[in-house]
Design a protein around this ligand. Structure first.
Ligand code: ZN
Length: 246
C-alpha cells in the first residue's frame, strides 16, 4: 500500500494559542509537538473550554474539577507551557454557537496568537471511531472565533476597555484530524509528550481501560505519522489557512 506523504508544518512564528474542549485533549496527540515548539523558544498558551469535570465516572463534577485542572497545569508544565486558562463552560454539553464563539474570540484578542491549535473536529478519527460532541463544537467555534476576533463590530462589548481586535492569526491547525496533510517531527520530544499524558493520572485510572499504556498508545500513532513525514515519530495536523488566496 502506498503511503500518502505529509508536509512539515511551518515554524516561522512566535505565538501560539491552543484551544481545546477538555484537559487531556492536547496530551492525546499534540503535547510532544508543543514540547518541540517551546524548546525553540516559542510562546504557547493553553485554553481549556471546560475543566473536564464530567470525565471521571466515579467522581462527582464538584470533586473532579479541581483534580483535572491540577493535572492539566502539571501536564502543560512538562512541555514548557506556563499559561493554562479554563473558561469553565459545561463539560459534555458544549454547544456550537455565538456564546462559545464569543468566549474563544475574547481569548484570541487577549493573546494575539499567530497560530491557533485545536483538536480534530471532523466527525470521526478516521475509520469508524466517532469523534465526541464537545470536540466538534469547539473546533468549529475556533475557526469562526478567529475571524470574529479581527472584526471590531463583532463582540464589540469586549473592546470597551484596552482590548483590541486581533486579525493576525495566519492559520488554525487541528491535530489528529483524519484529513491531516501536515505533520511535525516529534522524535526528540516524544518522551515529554508521554510524561505529559501520564500526568493525567486520575483521569487515565478513571477510564478503566485495561492495560492502557500511554507510551505504547502515542508511539503507535507517532510511528505511522512519522513514516509519512520521513522521520521516526511525528504528530499530524490539518491546516486551515485563515487568509484569502492560500
Ligand atoms: Zn476531549
Amino acid at each position: 500500500m502506498d503511503i500518502e506523504p505529509l508536509e512539515p508544518l511551518p515554524e516561522d512564528w512566535q505565538r501560539m494559542l491552543c484551544v481545546v474542549a477538555h484537559p487531556d485533549d492536547m496530551e492525546f496527540g499534540a503535547a510532544a509537538a508543543v514540547a518541540r515548539w517551546t524548546g525553540q523558544g516559542k510562546d504557547v498558551v493553553y485554553c481549556m473550554v471546560t475543566s473536564g469535570e464530567a470525565g471521571i465516572d466515579g467522581m462527582t463534577p464538584e470533586e473532579c474539577r479541581g483534580v483535572r485542572e491540577a493535572e492539566q497545569v502539571e501536564s502543560a508544565r512538562i512541555v514548557g507551557v506556563e499559561a493554562v486558562e479554563f473558561l469553565g463552560l459545561p463539560d459534555g454539553v458544549l454547544e456550537y454557537g455565538v456564546p462559545l464563539r464569543s468566549a474563544i474570540a475574547e481569548v484570541v484578542r487577549r493573546h494575539r496568537p499567530e497560530v491557533v491549535v485545536t483538536g480534530n473536529f471532523r466527525d470521526t478519527w478516521g475509520g469508524r471511531n466517532l469523534n465526541q460532541a464537545d470536540h466538534i463544537a469547539v473546533g468549529r467555534a475556533v475557526l469562526d472565533a478567529v475571524r470574529d476576533a479581527g472584526n471590531r463590530w463583532v463582540f464589540a462589548e469586549q473592546l470597551a476597555g484596552d482590548l483590541e481586535p486581533w486579525g493576525g492569526v495566519g492559520a488554525v491547525w487541528a491535530f489528529g484530524s483524519p484529513q491531516s496533510g501536515h505533520a511535525v517531527d516529534t522524535t526528540e520530544t516524544f518522551d515529554s509528550g508521554v510524561a505529559s499524558l501520564e500526568a493525567h493520572r486520575a483521569y487515565i485510572d478513571g477510564l478503566g481501560w485495561e492495560d492502557f499504556d500511554p507510551r505504547e498508545f502515542l508511539e503507535g500513532m507517532g510511528r505511522q505519522t512519522g513514516q509519512r513525514l520521513g522521520v521516526g515519530l511525528a504528530a499530524p495536523f490539518e491546516v486551515f489557512p485563515m487568509g484569502w488566496g492560500e
